[in-house]
Design a protein around this ligand. Structure first.
Ligand code: H2B
Length: 98
């Protein structure tokens, strides 16, 4: 068994209650963040990027001007959602609401 087993759907749904704007898309957690401008989007990516790297758990994301679209899944768990994805999504929410 992997150290990070895929979460059951019920566990994902209960975690989503505390993650506004996040949803399940296939086997990933996803959210589209919109910022004031490109610079603010870039600051978010830098802050999250350092935290994600410290966690050794990295987002898949795209940036177009003021928008960052995030997809979270765990490669080592067959590309399924694990507790690490919930932890990283929670860290992103703390960063945007700080
Ligand atoms: C060796 C290193 O721990 C792994 O490759 C890490 C890096 N970042 C990761 N990020 C994500 N999203 N899933 C992983 O399984 C993963 N594994």
């Amino acid at each position: 068994m992997s150290a990070d087993p895929p979460l059951e759907p019920a566990a994902i749904q209960s975690a989503l209650a505390a993650l506004p704007g996040w949803s399940v898309d296939g086997d990933s957690l996803t959210k589209e963040y919109t910022f004031a401008d490109f610079r603010a989007a870039l600051v978010f990516m830098m802050q999250v990027g350092f935290e994600a790297d410290a966690m050794d758990h990295h987002p898949e994301w795209t940036n177009v001007y003021d928008t960052v679209t995030v997809r979270l899944r765990t490669h080592h768990a067959g590309n399924k959602i694990t507790a690490k994805d919930i932890t990283l999504a929670t860290a992103m929410e703390k960063i945007v609401t700080a």
